[in-house]
Design a protein around this ligand. Structure first.
Ligand code: AMP
Ligand code: TRP
Length: 328
């Protein structure tokens, strides 16, 4: 029997899911369900490495699961659960931590950025080790993520190799799947910086659950430049290039073809076309989200975790045996 390759990815349930998350990673999560064995996880243990309010967090966690379900993550076809409900993630993270040089962790750019902003803690420091454990726990082959996760993926690959060299071939070496277009969607208010959930300015990002009027306003007021030609040039025209990437990733039409179509149409017409495409992309997700009931979603996630625990335990037993921690 042919076994399908395995895909794993995770999303932190912090705040609002934006178009960068969607086009950088989540849209691929949905389409990979057609041809891969898929495991998707709401990584709540990662999310608590920065300051948070537990009451809000509980709501955000369910909301994140609901958005993913509304996008088309199908629990019949994907394993889908909350990371904290499958303890093997944390166990494997500990084992991998014992073979992670601190020098490697010191070089992680996301750690340095977050530690500067919110203060360092051990969880934040070992965040990439837990991420490697997520991926390796299920022996994933392919990991759909945005460009900002490249360095973490490289570390996961190194850890897999290090483990295999020392203890025998246990892990597959995972590959990042990073889209050519839209791997790094930029802020709408400052196209020099990445669109980020933690940006305090709500106009900087279009959210997957934004109503059409909000999407329209945010895209129409996106910061661009004063030269009116629509061209792809991320250095000279970062705002317009970002909108071209958004439109291309939503429609599947190449950037070159979009430039041919809108080169001389003026920014007003072009921005309206982008807004229309995004509104159309997100409308069905918002409708599906409204139909989902929190209690049903909680039950679904509980069931997902039960299945994931059984699957994870089968892999984790091999890891324990390899390192001499077999259950006796
Ligand atoms: P996070 O919300 O940090 O868990 O990110 C979820 C996914 O979205 C990850 O695969 C990120 O790489 C991706 N992502 C986050 N921000 C962006 C962005 N501005 N552009 C493209 N992908 C992004
Ligand atoms: N660090 C990832 C992010 O911020 C989230 C994540 C955690 C993840 N574990 C993962 C992504 C495993 C892919 C695979 O986006």
């Amino acid at each position: 029997m042919e076994t399908r390759q395995k895909v794993f990815s995770g999303l932190q349930p912090t705040g609002n899911i934006h178009i960068g998350n969607y086009l950088g990673a989540l849209k691929n999560w949905v389409s990979f369900q057609d041809s891969y064995e898929t495991v998707y996880c709401v990584v709540d243990l990662h999310a608590i490495t920065v300051p948070y309010d537990p009451v809000e967090f509980k709501k955000d966690r369910i909301a994140a699961a609901k958005v993913l379900l509304a996008m088309g993550i199908d629990p019949e076809r994907s394993m889908f659960y909350f990371q904290s409900q499958v303890p093997q993630h944390a166990e494997l993270s500990w084992i991998l931590g014992t073979m992670t040089p601190t020098g490697v962790l010191n070089r992680m750019t996301q750690y340095k950025e977050k530690a500067d902003k919110v203060g360092a803690n051990l969880g934040l420091y070992s965040y990439p080790v837990l991420m490697a454990a997520d991926i390796l726990l299920f022996n994933a082959d392919l990991v759909p993520v945005g460009d900002d996760q490249r360095q973490h993926l490289e570390m996961a690959r190194d850890l897999a190799e290090r483990f295999n060299n020392r203890f025998g071939e246990v892990f597959h070496i995972p590959e990042a799947y990073i889209p050519d277009v839209s791997a790094r969607i930029m802020s709408l208010t400052d196209p020099q910086v990445k669109m980020s959930k933690s940006d305090a300015n709500p106009k900087s990002m279009v959210l997957v659950l934004d109503v059409p009027d909000a999407i329209n306003k945010k895209i129409k007021s996106a910061v661009t430049d004063s030269d009116p030609g629509v061209r792809y040039d991320p250095t000279e025209k970062p705002g317009i290039s970002n909108l071209l990437e958004i439109m291309s990733a939503c429609t599947g039409v190449s950037i070159d073809a979009l430039v041919d179509e809108y080169a001389t149409s003026g920014y007003g017409v072009f921005k309206q076309a982008v807004a229309d495409v995004v509104i159309e992309e997100f409308a069905p997700i918002r409708v599906a989200y409204e139909r989902l009931d929190d209690a049903d979603v909680a039950r679904m996630m509980h069931k997902g975790a039960l299945d994931a625990r059984i699957a994870a335990e089968a892999y984790q037993a091999k890891v324990r045996a390899a390192v001499g921690l077999d259950r006796i």
